[in-house]
Design a protein. Sequence first.
Length: 273
Amino acid sequence: MTLSGADIAQLLSAHGLRPSKALGQNFVADPNTVRRIVRLAGIGPGSRVLEIGAGLGSLTLALAETGAVVVAVEVDRRLVPVLRSVVEPAGVEVVEGDALALDLAALVAARGPGEWDLVANLPYNVATPLVLRILVEVEAVTRMLVMVQREVGERMAASAGQAAYGAVSVRVAYFARAEVVGRVPPSVFVPRPRVESVLVRLVRRAAPAVDPAVVPYARLDAVVRAGFAQRRKMLRRSLAGVVDPEAFARAGVRPDARAEELDVTDWGRLAAP
């Protein structure tokens, strides 16, 4: 079973709780939606799942009912006792803590070798830094299915030349292939948000799109950030002092190109020493 809107309202009322605006809490209150997320994530028996921002456990229960091993992380100490009461009977392990501060690599490594999936309903303010942190630091997480604000998700998955394409798109593409695989209406949340949400699937590449022995992520990150910081300028101007003038010819990139024209491999060649 999972939680309906009535179940969530009852849990909040029984424990004197209200969703936190500061934490961007919007709880999924539709069993069909959480089961759709689980299906799109490809979770089943034998899967090992890290869930970030478990809230009251609606998505958590849908993950657990597949037979997967689920570790649920929740930062809100007010919710943690309620979450435990809801999901621990289903065999879920609950970890209290801030996913942006926890050592997530150590957390999953302590539970044995092997690959993990991340499945999460992420607030706007943490979605991008959390996804990037996991891509950079937690190699055991090989697949993600995240529900995020539409604009955030479109930026994660955008390709060169698309309106949403930016520095985040390139940084994600260094590590993973990302695509928007569904939309989620505001009506399935409690409270109802004022924004649309999308589901983004990310699959970690077997190796980064740019050879890290040649261009480490930190170097690519610095060059890409500089290029997009002044995205209307030609790259020879926005990257002055960041890459050598000769780098454009070596990379086969026009000096008068704009940042949004380059894909991740172009950026890699431009950032190479």
